[in-house]
Design a protein around this ligand. Structure first.
Ligand code: DND
Length: 251
């Protein structure tokens, strides 16, 4: 059984003893799930069942930076989210032919970045799922794990104007709301215009939020590393150290 399946089992408290017998395998899976949660700071505890408003911050995070973190924290505060789960993509569907850092390295950088915020968590859900990481599959899975919870998918404003081409976008918007954060260099007016063209029942599930202007991008950070320029103060120190010690983005 996969790590994720074992974890899922525990999240929902679905562990059942048939009669008075609990098999040794059950204990084994509980142990696996426990170790998994300790390692990845995942949301496998009683608290998970008390979450009424949950944020998802999906991204390639190659690497994660303060733009992502400020956006997630802004959404958490603005929409009173109980938690924000960062979900690094395994195979980003829109970046199939683009060279990117190995998924578990992106996961580790994201884990380091969210470790200092008690409201932030991380899930390997998309990395462990084979095939392209479609958002529809992710929100369906999260909705299954958190029945009755209002889910908010957090994106940059540029990304939200492109969601019309995402797989099964209508279904995504029927399961969760989008929070579109304004991004530096991006005109909110144009984003609104695109959102305005959407059918009313989809449009109502797209919310907009302003975040402090942060002209930081993963592309810019990768380029800086390649050129030997500083990346300090663009991302958490722990992520910078990880990049340096693992020689990421050197070529
Ligand atoms: P990105 O590759 O844009 O992530 O992917 C964002 C999410 O969209 C992922 O969960 C993808 O799986 C999903 N997606 C994309 C395309 C198709 C489909 C799904 C589908 O299902 O068909 P980045 O790491 O580049 O950025 C993460 C987020 O942070 C994005 O929403 C981006 O707009 C935003 N962002 C910033 N926000 C504020 N200030 C900044 C930002 N830089 C990036 N400086």
């Amino acid at each position: 059984m996969k790590w994720f399946t074992a974890t899922t089992w525990c999240w929902n408290c679905n562990i059942q003893a048939y009669g008075k017998r609990v098999s040794y395998m059950s204990y084994f899976y509980i142990l696996l799930a426990f170790l998994h949660s300790r390692r990845y700071n995942c949301f496998m505890n009683k608290e998970a069942r008390q979450i009424s408003r949950l944020g998802i911050m999906g991204g390639t995070f190659d690497p994660i930076h303060f733009g992502h973190l400020v956006t997630a924290e802004g959404a958490r505060y603005e929409y009173k989210l109980d938690k924000v789960i960062f979900i690094p993509t395994g195979q980003p569907p829109h970046k199939q032919n683009i060279k990117r850092t190995e998924p578990w390295s992106r996961f580790e950088m994201t884990r380091l970045a969210v470790a200092t915020n008690p409201f932030f968590e991380i899930s390997p859900l998309e990395i462990e799922r084979p095939g392209p990481s479609y958002t529809i599959d992710t929100v369906q899975e999260i909705a299954r794990l958190f029945p009755g919870t209002q889910i908010y998918f957090i994106t940059g404003a540029d990304a939200v104007s492109e969601i019309l081409i995402w797989k099964k976008v209508e279904q995504i918007l029927s399961i969760c709301r989008f929070i579109a954060a304004t991004r530096p260099g991006y005109k909110l007016g144009e984003t609104w215009k695109k959102i305005d063209e959407l059918p009313q029942d989809l449009k109502k599930n797209i919310l907009c939020m302003e975040v402090p202007a942060l002209a930081i991008s993963s592309t810019g950070i990768r380029q800086r590393v390649r050129e030997g320029r500083p990346i300090k103060y663009l991302l958490p120190e722990s992520v910078e150290e990880y990049i340096t010690s693992n020689n990421i983005y050197q070529d």
